[in-house]
Design a protein around this ligand. Structure first.
Ligand SMILES: Cc1cc2nc3c(=O)[nH]c(=O)nc-3n(C[C@H](O)[C@H](O)[C@H](O)COP(=O)(O)O)c2cc1C
Length: 184
């Protein structure tokens, strides 16, 4: 069931040292992180996500420092997490692009100034925090920010779960299904 995501994910640099390859064997869920900034909802592909506390219910997501999503979350102090079902790989692929085209190394000219309004191609509603919940998601969580901790080249965003629901009885989309690399 593995499919290439095309040009973009194929271009992600893949270190080949042994520790990097070991990290590449770690399985992850494939999520769309929802945020809103300057009145516009945005979705970001993310797999570095986990629950980190039962009481209170907290989850953590590691986000690149220059992601539009991180700026949105800092400003609004809220986000949503959409857990996709395994049969929505094409929907997931719509979120492979960054909001700012300039975020992709090597992009120049018009491609660098391009902005990707990724949610224009997806059906969603806004949750109580104003962040997007995808219609075709398997399950969703809505969170407020508990902490943002700088960790190396990412920031760890800890979210307090306000609400959530399971919308479908389906297998979740994971890196075991997609084969899309983001680790190493
Ligand atoms: C399979 C896959 C998983 C990813 N997981 C993460 C992640 O966990 N954290 C992260 O910061 N970026 C991750 N990315 C990269 C972001 O999707 C990318 O930085 C994107 O530019 C951020 O979107 P935004 O600019 O709209 O905020 C992943 C990319 C792919 C292809």
């Amino acid at each position: 069931m593995r499919e290439p995501l095309g040009e973009l994910i194929g271009k992600i640099p893949r270190p080949t040292d042994p520790a990097s390859r070991a990290l590449g064997e770690m399985p992850y869920g494939l999520y769309i992180l929802g945020s809103t900034g300057d009145g516009e909802a945005n979705g970001m592909m993310a797999d570095w996500v986990m629950q980190v506390s039962f009481s209170p219910r907290l989850i953590a997501v590691a986000i690149e420092s220059d992601a539009r999503t991180l700026a949105n979350i800092r400003a609004s102090q809220a986000f949503t997490l959409n857990l996709l079902p395994a049969d929505e790989m094409a929907l997931a692929a719509k979120f492979a692009q960054p909001y700012y085209g300039s975020k992709i190394k090597g992009r120049a000219g018009a491609a660098a100034t391009e902005v990707h309004h990724k949610l224009e191609e997806a059906s969603y509603r806004l949750g109580t925090t104003g962040c997007p919940i995808l219609t075709n998601t398997l399950a969703w969580l809505e969170c407020t920010v508990d902490a943002i901790v700088p960790v190396g080249d990412h920031s760890l965003v800890v979210g307090r779960v306000l609400d959530g629901a399971v919308l479908r009885d389906a297998e979740p989309l994971t890196t075991l299904v997609t084969g899309w690399p983001y680790s190493g």
